[in-house]
Design a binder for this molecule. Structure first.
Ligand SMILES: Cc1cc2nc3c(=O)[nH]c(=O)nc-3n(C[C@H](O)[C@H](O)[C@H](O)COP(=O)(O)OP(=O)(O)OC[C@H]3O[C@@H](n4cnc5c(N)ncnc54)[C@H](O)[C@@H]3O)c2cc1C
Length: 192
């Protein structure tokens, strides 16, 4: 069995002073697996996050639902449950951590120079536009705005990364197009 590794803590600058005073600077927890011999790790013990998106209790309840499914699938064989629970939930638990880490950019206040902030912004802006223009292709709204509504965290993270990449490629393409147009204008002007 792979060893269980637990990462704890968040960037020191994140919480406002009263949260640091309340001990919340250790609020984020990530585990390399969600089971150990004869035990499961669930809720805050497995994947506590900062309060920024209000997902702590929500994700704990989601983990209970996943465990319910794993118990039903185990069909009376408890030995199969721990590893099956890790297999069913770890990707989403890690994705939740990553979404929470991206949200830290709200508090770094680096504005448009913060790539984490830009990724979230690009997803929400592009997703809002595409969900209005081509809802049959994109869906009803950006995945990040569906946090807590049952969409798996891994799908939300994939949607954020996909839209951020699409926005970056689109902006680069527009930049290249504008650059060639300006260069062509300058060349024409120079010739005239
Ligand atoms: C300021 C703040 C705001 C939050 N806002 C939100 C929000 O808006 N939305 C949201 O979804 N979540 C929010 N959360 C997070 C949410 O409260 C937690 O994620 C959730 O309570 C985790 O549930 P849990 O059962 O895993 O852990 P807990 O609720 O911490 O339950 C663990 C229990 O185990 C008990 N215990 C500990 N050690 C032992 C022991 N040795 N023996 C026996 N019992 C023990 C504790 O007393 C406790 O009752 C917030 C949290 C904070 C601190």
């Amino acid at each position: 069995m792979e060893p269980l590794i637990v990462w704890s803590g968040i960037e020191a600058a994140w919480p406002p002073a009263f949260w640091r005073w309340a001990g919340l600077q250790r609020k984020r927890t990530k585990c390399s697996r969600l089971d150990a011999p004869s035990c499961l790790i669930i809720g805050d013990a497995a994947h506590s996050v900062t309060p920024v998106f209000g997902q702590g209790a929500n994700s704990a309840l989601e983990s209970c639902l996943v465990l319910d499914g794993v118990l039903a699938a185990a069909d009376g064989d408890p030995a199969a449950v721990p590893a099956a629970f890790t297999a069913a939930r770890l990707e989403d638990a890690h994705a939740l951590q990553e979404v929470d880490r991206l949200a830290y950019s709200f508090f770094r206040r680096r504005g448009i120079f913060d790539t984490d902030f830009l990724a979230l912004l690009a997803h929400v802006l592009l997703g809002t536009i595409l969900s209005k223009v081509v809802p049959f292709l994109y869906g009803a709204k950006p995945a990040l705005l569906q946090l807590g509504a049952g969409l798996p965290y891994s799908k939300i993270l994939k949607a954020v990364r996909r839209d951020a990449t699409a926005a970056a490629v689109g902006l680069a393409a527009v930049g290249v197009w504008l650059g060639t147009r300006i260069a062509a204008r300058l060349a024409t002007g120079g010739a005239a």
